[in-house]
Every structure is written in C-alpha cells, then in structure tokens.
Design a protein around this ligand. Sequence first.
Ligand SMILES: *Cc1c(COP(=O)(O)O)cnc(C)c1O
Length: 385
Amino acid sequence: MWGAGYSRHLYPIREKGTAVTHPLLDLAPLSAARFAEIEDRVARLLDTGQDVVIMQGEALLPLEGAIRGTAGPGTTALNVITGPYGQTFGNWLRDCGATVIDLAVPFHTAVTAEQIAAAFAEHPSIDFVSLVHAEAATGNTNPVAEIGEVVRRHGALFYLDAVASVGAEPVLPDAWGVDLCVIGAQKAMGGPAGVSAVSVSERAWARMAANPAAPRRSYLSLLDWKDRWIDGGRKTLLHAPAQLEMLALEACVERIEADGLDAVMARHRAAAAATRAGARALGGGLEPYVHADREAAPVATTLRTPAGVLASELVSRSLASDPALPLAAGGGALASEMIRVNHYGVDATRDAVRASLAALGAALGEKGLPVDVAGALRAVEDAWR
Ligand SMILES: *Cc1c(COP(=O)(O)O)cnc(C)c1O
C-alpha cells in the first residue's frame, strides 16, 4: 500500500525498517498463461480467429514489423495516404525495396473503394495494400469493409492500421479480409500506449516465411513470435514482458467488456456527431475539417479555423482556461488551420465535448468573431442522442 512516506519523499523504500510495497512495483512476474489470456481477450475484441501477437512496444513496433516482415524487392505496394501515418508506411515500404504506388487523398476526405479498384486496374501487379482505418491526426475514416472486398478480389495482402479506430468503430479483420491488423490501446480503448497487438492471417505468415528479408532474431520480428511462442503452444515468452503495460491492457479490455464494446463505440460516435453539430452551430468561422459526416472518424474530430485565425493560438487560449480539455492543434503545417478535438477514451463524453466547444467559442469571441455558444451547446445535446 502507499505508505505515508510517499508524500514526503520520492522513493521511500523502507519505512520503520519494513519494506513498503508500491502499487506499481513489487508485482509477481506475469506468467505465460496470463499473457496468452490477454492475447485471447484482444482476439475476442477483434472477433478474429487469426493469431494475435501482443508486441512489447508502442503500435509503431508491429506497424513497422509487419511491413518489414512481408514486403521486399518483389512487392508492389499500393500505399494509401489519408494522413501522416500513410507517409511513414510508404517510407518503410520503399526502404524494404518494394515498388510503391502512393494513392494520396486530401485530408478532408476519405479514400473510396472505387479509387482502390482503379489503382488495381492501372497496376495489376499490386500484391500489397497498406491503409490507415481512421486517422486521429486528420479526423477521417476509410470504408475498410468495401475496400477489403476489392483487395481480396485481387488477392493482395491487406495491411491495416486500426490504432485510432479500435474501440471507436467496428474493427473486424476476419470479416473484412485484413491480413495484418495493428491496434494500440491508447486511443479509444482508453488504455496504455506501451504495448500493442497485431492479428496475422495464415497468408501473412506464409508471406513472411517466404521473405528472406523478413526480420529474424530481432525486436521487429513477428516470425520470432510465431516460431518461439505460437508454434510452441504459447508456453514460454521470448523475454520478460512489459508487465505494467500488459496489466493495463488487460484492465482496459476488461473495462470495455464490462461497459460493452457497442456502448463504448456509441459514446465515440455520439461525441463526434455532437462535436461536428456543435461546431457548425457555434459559428465564428469554425467548421468540421472533414466535409462528409460518413467520412468523419468517431475517434476524434478535426475542425478548420477561419482564415486569419491560427489554430495553435486558439488551442493555447482554450487550454489556458482549462488545461484538461482534449484539444490539440494539428501536427506540422496543419497547426495553423486544424484543431483536433480528441474526444476518445475517458474524454468520449458529453461534458468533454461541451467544455471544448465552450472554450473554443470563448477564444473566438475574444478575437471579435461572432459566436453562439448557447446554440452550440444545444446542438451538442440534440446530436448526442
Ligand atoms: C495514434 C496513432 C498511432 C500511434 O501513434 P502515437 O502518436 O504514438 O499515439 C498509429 N496510427 C494511427 C492512425 C494513430 O492515430
């Protein structure tokens, strides 16, 4: 238990000669059986019968490991860019020696299955497709079910970054024919950032096994986990697991199971709809960045600031009034015109949406722009239902 010493010293190891245990320390080792149970729980969350590997690092670890495991000089990859992660995937693919066809769509929209089909028609050699499901950084979401049909029809391997969609909207690798589906818990799942998971189809394992450049005996290697963990019946872990992060992942999946995945997703959907409706009613020149409602991600809502109003400045002013608001300016060049309302995890609530819009409204009002905060809050109420 937390001893009184914790308020007096940073690291009081002993008190009155007795060891004082700490809730984050002195834990029993995480067993292989418990690790496997957590993997099974994640598999149930994704409704998948594929192998699920929990990687001991942030989602970039399986995202990179899956590309390096499956792509090589013989690969022709269609890399869909709907935000910053697509850029990163293209760089890894090129680094692996793959021929990369980039399909970039403007950040205020989503890619369509027709665009994917047109790319296959133009480049029949495509045998790998990388796609981000939802982009927290740009606020769009892509129609993965429809795209999956096209990808399957052409027999290409389908790689999906579902880090920002899982928990906010359905993520169904088996139903959609996704071969490599990467998730992280730090967004809509309301969990830790330090471990992540990937579901791997038989086809994807076969592609890796046939790839001489696939990482082996490496932290990036998925094949190591297949050979030494899965094929061995999940009895012996490759190395000491990130115990705290694994326990946090277990707790967060448990919480989602208790609330019901549908209820958690409904909260995110309502938060996005309410934020978009509230922003439109607020006025002051603020508007949803993603034009079409169906292309807007449930995980986070991006807003466009009016000409002459710096998004980063509006966010700073809003955070000065309440540092706990889930607001951020867009990354890089987007910082001037994009506001991100990160209404995910514990912030997928009506209160967080209301407070965010009220603060943005006050900041716009200070700039002399005409805003209707009461109208925005009414729109939030109406849209939440
Ligand atoms: C958040 C996110 C990740 C993980 O990145 P972090 O910035 O480390 O949280 C990966 N992919 C997508 C699409 C994301 O939104």
